[in-house]
Design a binder for this molecule. Structure first.
Ligand SMILES: [Zn+2]
Ligand SMILES: [Zn+2]
Length: 389
């Protein structure tokens, strides 16, 4: 029996795990119940478990044979702070929290692979099952790395996947090189001098300065970025003032920047400081920019991309593996793990569902065997049983 068939037989058992996680969503770095569920399942299947890696992260270690090669497979576990609009028997039981990015499915697919590999052990070496907390801008990957993830659990290569609405179930998409953008969050604080709304000459208006800064910032991507670089700078939050007749002391602009290279990130960060400080100074105010790198660009290593795609093609046939997926402007903090260890990140079809981060989104349980079997076969291909350690 193939790995796919063996895992597909467990469809109902795995779907029940997925729906249980879906019904109990937890925000980033607070995945206590989810982490415990994962740890207990791994223990039940005879896998060595390490809890509390980088906060609520869990690592399962499965060894077979005498091989010294090790592979890391990573899934994310966190939900989003939003209200679910689906009418499902297993809809979110936590108000204001929802598995709207399918991390319930990612966790389940990795569990499915772990269960199969623990049973069959048709590989030679070590598999590290990495269940990561806080992917949604909460620094979960960095927290695990800071906690010595790859020192404690060395991996020669790492792999992860994300579901993709719009891509049919049973299909995969991947690309070598840049596949998801790097991302930063920023806050720009504009300091003026508060005064009466009817007496602007007595103060320095930070709201006016913030408005000019917001407009001028758009010149960075348009005029400073080389046209062949891809970058986005979005101001998504403007705050300042509390009253109709008070010119406030401060105003604030916040938002996000996205980029595919360190060069573009540098141009954005330096450009924002130059423009914000310069425009504010021209109007008699001051501005300070707090630019925080949240995600590195996700860059797939060519060799690991090829290996991931080849394992996928073995399961569904070459025609259902798109190896030329266009890069997306979304971000993924698995990028930080791939900065340390060569790896690849692949998309698995979620069928005709709402888009991720939408209140009507739901992970498609039919995709579970495709994700789980791919991870399992990848291990068997990369750590072949005949190989000596
Ligand atoms: Zn997400
Ligand atoms: Zn996600």
């Amino acid at each position: 029996m193939t790995a796919f068939d063996a895992i597909a037989r467990r469809r109902d058992e795995l779907a029940a795990i997925r729906q249980d996680i879906h019904a109990h969503p937890e925000l980033g770095m607070e995945e206590h119940r989810t982490a415990e569920l994962v740890a207990r399942k791994l223990e039940e299947w005879g896998i060595e478990v390490h809890r509390g890696v980088g906060g609520t992260g869990v690592v399962g270690v499965l060894r077979s044979g005498n091989g010294e090669a090790a592979i890391g497979l990573r899934a994310d576990m966190d939900a989003l702070p939003m209200e679910e609009a689906n009418d499902l028997p297993y809809r979110s039981t936590a108000p204001g929290r929802m598995h709207a990015c399918g991390h319930d499915g990612h966790t389940t697919m990795l569990l499915g692979a772990a269960q199969y590999l623990a049973e069959t052990r048709a590989f030679n070496g070590t598999v590290n099952f990495i269940f990561q907390p806080g992917e949604e801008g909460c620094g979960g990957a960095l927290a695990m790395l800071k906690d010595g993830l790859f020192e404690r659990f060395p991996c020669g290569q790492v792999f992860a996947m994300h579901n993709r609405p719009g891509l049919p179930v049973g299909e995969y998409a991947i690309r070598s090189g840049p596949t998801a953008a790097g991302g930063a969050f920023f806050d720009i604080t504009v300091e003026g001098k508060g005064s009466h709304g009817a007496r602007p000459e007595a103060g320095v208006d930070p709201v006016l300065a913030a408005c000019h800064i917001a407009t001028a910032l758009q010149s960075i991507v348009a005029r400073n970025m080389p046209p062949m670089e891809t970058a986005v700078l979005s101001i998504t939050k403007v705050t300042g003032g509390d009253a109709y007749n008070v010119i406030p002391q401060t105003a604030k602009l916040s938002g996000t920047a996205r980029f595919f290279s360190a060069r573009a990130r540098g141009l954005l960060e330096e450009g924002m400081k130059r423009v914000a400080e310069g425009v504010a100074a021209g109007l008699g105010a001051t501005a300070s920019v707090d630019f925080r790198l949240i995600f590195a660009p996700t860059i797939n290593a060519p060799e690991q991309t090829e290996r991931f795609a080849a394992a996928a093609a073995e399961i569904v046939g070459e025609a259902k593996v798109d190896r030329t997926k266009a890069p997306g402007m979304g971000s993924e903090d698995f990028s930080f793990m791939m900065e340390r260890v060569p790896g690849a990140y692949l998309h698995v079809g979620n069928g005709d569902s709402a888009t991720v981060h939408n209140q009507h989104y739901n992970f498609n349980d039919a995709a579970i065997p495709y994700g789980a079997a791919l991870l399992a076969r990848l291990v068997e291909r990369e750590l072949p049983k005949g190989a000596q350690g």
